[in-house]
Write a protein of this length. Structure first.
Length: 75
């Protein structure tokens, strides 16, 4: 609109309002995503102990085998 009428005060005012809202939205997004990668890095650093994960896997496999055996053993 300003290209057609550079003296249009209403269009200029709306452009300022839109620019301010865009700036505010970008600031909110920065705050929302701030530190996201740091948090993910911390999660990656907290590795699970391999032996405990093996034990958990072993327990799950045993439970599944028991359930399968019970199903197969049904008359």
């Amino acid at each position: 609109m300003l290209q057609f009428d550079p003296e249009n005060k209403s269009a200029r005012q709306q452009l300022v309002v839109a620019s301010n809202k865009l700036r505010e939205q970008r600031q909110k997004e920065k705050q929302m995503y701030a530190g996201m990668f740091d948090k993910l890095a911390q999660i990656d650093k907290q590795k699970v102990n391999p032996s405990s994960s093996y034990e958990n896997f072993h327990e799950i496999v045993c439970c599944v085998l028991v359930v399968v055996w019970d199903i197969v053993s049904l008359p």
